[in-house]
Design a protein around this ligand. Structure first.
Ligand code: GLP
Length: 236
């Protein structure tokens, strides 16, 4: 694991965006695994700036997102599809038909999850996966559990996750209690992983994920077994 301590959130975002930009330049048809949450917003701003400066071309890029709340339509302002459109896709020349976010309205979630994994396999797997980390050590919405779940699945959100994400909704009651998330296989088979975390409240869980036991109780700890992970942390 390559652990970088950045001086500020701006620096963290620039470092991560440079890694992603390098990936796209090296392989213009890269498959990017993308994440939501507040942590990657700065990365997406940097990527948009690079695109506007003529440094990046997203026309061949494909993307698959980690997760989506069950029950939220793509147009819902707190849906992760909406987040991706507003924070990145609407501002660069990515072909939206090459972007996938799990379907929070899928009628048959089991069939959807299976098809999502098959789709990821069919496009050759993920070249670079962007991750944040939840306060309980979750990645995507892979919550602490007795076991790791390999495939895309429906996760029941921990109370602490609902609490953490309530800031984005009008009230805590509006936060969906379940979500579709890529499983650990989709994440761990990505060729390269960049995890960003900022804020003092992420320090302890990140320390456990990096230095503690590999355990499904801290899902991010599984990243210790991956060959190419860069973790960028900024306390501010
Ligand atoms: C949500 C997302 C995660 C994200 C986490 C942390 O739970 N499903 O993918 O990493 O929030 O979010 P933030 O970066 O806002 O702290």
């Amino acid at each position: 694991m390559n652990v970088i301590i950045a001086e500020s959130y701006d620096e963290l975002s620039k470092i991560a965006a440079n890694i992603i930009a390098g990936q796209i330049k090296e392989k213009p048809d890269s498959v990017l695994g993308l994440a939501t949450g507040s942590s990657p917003v700065g990365i997406y701003k940097e990527l948009i700036a690079k695109y506007n400066a003529g440094e990046l071309d997203f026309s061949k890029v494909q993307s698959v997102n980690l997760d989506e709340y069950v029950g939220l339509a793509p147009e819902h302002e707190q849906s992760y599809r909406y987040f991706m459109n507003v924070n990145l896709f609407d501002h660069v020349n990515i072909d939206k038909s090459n972007t996938r976010v799990p379907d929070g309205l899928a009628a048959d979630t089991d069939a959807f999850c299976k098809a999502y994994d098959e789709y990821i396999d069919s496009i050759g797997g993920i070249d670079l996966q962007v991750l944040g980390i939840g306060p309980d050590g979750h990645i995507g919405f892979n919550e602490p559990d007795d076991h790791f779940t390999a495939g895309t699945h429906v996760a029941v959100l921990e109370e602490s996750t609902v609490d953490a994400n309530a800031r984005f909704f009008e009230s805590r009651n509006d936060v969906p209690k379940t979500a579709i998330t890529m499983g650990m296989k989709g994440i761990m088979t990505a060729k390269k992983i960049v995890l960003v975390a900022n804020g003092a409240n992420k320090k302890d869980v990140l320390f456990k994920a990096i230095n503690g036991d590999v355990t499904p109780r801290i899902p991010a700890s599984l990243l210790q077994l991956h060959r190419d992970v860069t973790i960028i942390f900024s306390e501010k």
